[in-house]
Design a binder for this molecule. Structure first.
Ligand code: UDP
Length: 346
């Protein structure tokens, strides 16, 4: 395959580039570097000089998108480029809609016109379990058929873009240019590349596992649990933490197996839920360190409990996670933070 990876310099996008390159594919990563990092791009360019290139541009730059696709005759797009914090999206919804919808629609138009109007053959979209919001009774673990009622602007941007892609795929089918469309609804992505090259480096960092690791390392004075009065066994939110390399494996399988004309949505999560307190216990076990934890109020936009029913992805893509032990997920993140205490800059 010849793949455009939008958001390729970000945490998940860079892991996708690495896997695709290791598998022998050609990759062009496109990233505004607003939150992504140049360092992983340089590392991958050094390892795969012939098959990898990096374009410093925003997904809303139609010309850059189109010339990236045309320049390397790319047939596949893995679209990761987005802003992706639930809390932040509540604070600044317009920015979330502008990026995740406005710029993404511009990108889609450019993709459609590329390759002399043939467009790309495959799109794999990074959607989210946040599109489900709080599933109704009987829908946890969450199947793909669960009604989608997001509880945050972030979740709504992902759901709207799913709909936009479905409309686009319909147009392509009618025009006799069938698109293979896959929407992967991620649960919580965690951990780092097990070969130690790539990591997780967010500014600001808000995700539970890296925040807890920073607290364990003494890089922050402590941390808070956002909400202890949820209707869950220990009162804290429950999430499904999938290792980033397993997540990327789902993308590769989707690219290989979803045929032209198909429009599929798959959940990607291991099928087991962990509470915030259980994650903090895992971080304590893996790091051997204790840290200050305070209990604070709920974070706006958070769903109560979300974990996956992995039946469909297992059945149709033959996917199952290699990393199922939460301590192993945490320890891959811990190893990277040990080597890079200040992220890629260190
Ligand atoms: N969380 C927390 N303290 C933190 C960061 C996160 O209690 O410092 C909770 C958060 O409220 C949610 C869970 O941990 O219930 C996972 O949050 P994260 O931001 O990692 O991912 P999200 O579920 O928002 O995608």
């Amino acid at each position: 395959m010849r793949v455009l990876v939008t958001g390729g310099a970000g945490y998940i996008g860079s892991h996708a580039c690495q896997r695709l390159l290791r598998d022998g594919h050609t990759v062009v990563a496109l990233d505004s570097l607003y939150r992504g990092h140049r360092e992983p791009m340089d590392l991958l360019a050094a390892q795969f000089p012939e098959r990898f290139s990096f374009v410093h541009a925003d997904i809303g730059d139609a010309q850059a998108v189109r010339s990236a696709v045309d320049g390397a005759d790319l047939d596949t797009v893995m679209h990761f480029g987005a802003v992706a914090y639930v809390g932040e999206s509540v604070e600044d919804p317009i920015w979330y809609y502008r990026n995740n919808i406005g710029s993404a629609v511009t990108m889609l138009g450019a993709l459609d016109q590329a390759r002399d109007g043939r467009g790309v053959d495959r799109i794999i979209f990074s959607s989210s379990c946040a599109t489900y919001g709080d599933p109704p009774e009987g829908m946890i673990p969450v199947p793909e058929t669960c009604p989608q009622h997001p509880t945050s602007p972030y979740g709504r941007t992902k759901l709207h873009f799913e709909h936009i892609l479905l409309d686009y795929a319909e147009m392509r089918a009618r025009a006799g240019r069938p698109l293979a469309l896959t929407m992967l609804r991620y649960f919580n992505v965690a951990g780092c590349d097990r070969s130690g090259l790539l990591g997780e480096d967010h500014t600001p960092e808000t995700h539970l596992i890296p925040v807890a690791i920073q607290a364990a390392r003494g890089k922050r004075p402590g941390m808070s649990i956002f909400g202890t009065d949820y209707p869950t066994p220990d009162g804290t939110c429950v999430r499904d933490y999938v290792h980033v390399e397993d997540l990327i494996d789902a993308h590769v399988r989707a690219a290989e197996r979803v045929p032209p004309g198909a429009r599929e949505a798959f959940n990607v999560g291991i099928g087991e839920g962990y509470s915030v307190r259980q994650i903090l216990d895992s971080v304590r076990r893996v790091t051997g360190r204790d840290f200050e934890v305070t209990e604070s109020g709920r974070r706006a936009g958070d769903a109560i409990a979300l974990y996956n029913d992995p039946s469909k992805i297992r059945r149709e893509l033959g996917w199952s996670p290699e990393v199922t032990d939460i301590d192993e997920v945490v320890s891959t993140a811990w190893s990277w933070f040990e080597k890079h205490p200040d992220g890629y800059k260190s």
